[in-house]
Ligand binder design. Structure first.
Ligand code: SF4
Ligand code: SF4
Length: 96
């Protein structure tokens, strides 16, 4: 079964004008969010994006923007590393 996150909350965006079709984003994305067709990337499945930031870091033309290190993925990883509850450490006193 494919992993899904909340609908329409991922901060991922793509500037097609900057894309040179190198396919790095399709290689590094663990969830198959991108496809490259006719030399241009497109966001195929935005709701599967966990905002890890790998695509933006590896894009040679800065065509991809995503706020990495926020949201559920970051919170779960912090929980693993600290042995505590998942927390995004955003400073809110209530669960975000
Ligand atoms: S990594 Fe960047 S330039 Fe390469 S295909 Fe993806 S969006 Fe386009
Ligand atoms: S941030 Fe991570 S999960 Fe989201 S599209 Fe980029 S590589 Fe894929």
């Amino acid at each position: 079964m494919k992993h899904k996150y909340l609908d329409d909350v991922a901060t991922l965006s793509l500037s097609c004008d900057k894309c040179v079709g190198c396919e790095k984003c399709t290689e590094v994305c663990p969830h198959g969010v991108f496809v490259v067709d006719n030399g241009k990337a497109a966001i195929f499945d935005k709701n599967s994006c966990m905002e890890c930031g790998a695509c933006a870091k590896n894009c040679p033309t800065s065509a991809i923007s995503v706020k990495a290190g926020v949201g559920c993925a970051y919170a779960v990883i912090v929980g693993w590393l600290t042995g505590g509850e998942p927390s995004c450490d955003c400073g809110l006193t209530e669960c975000c």
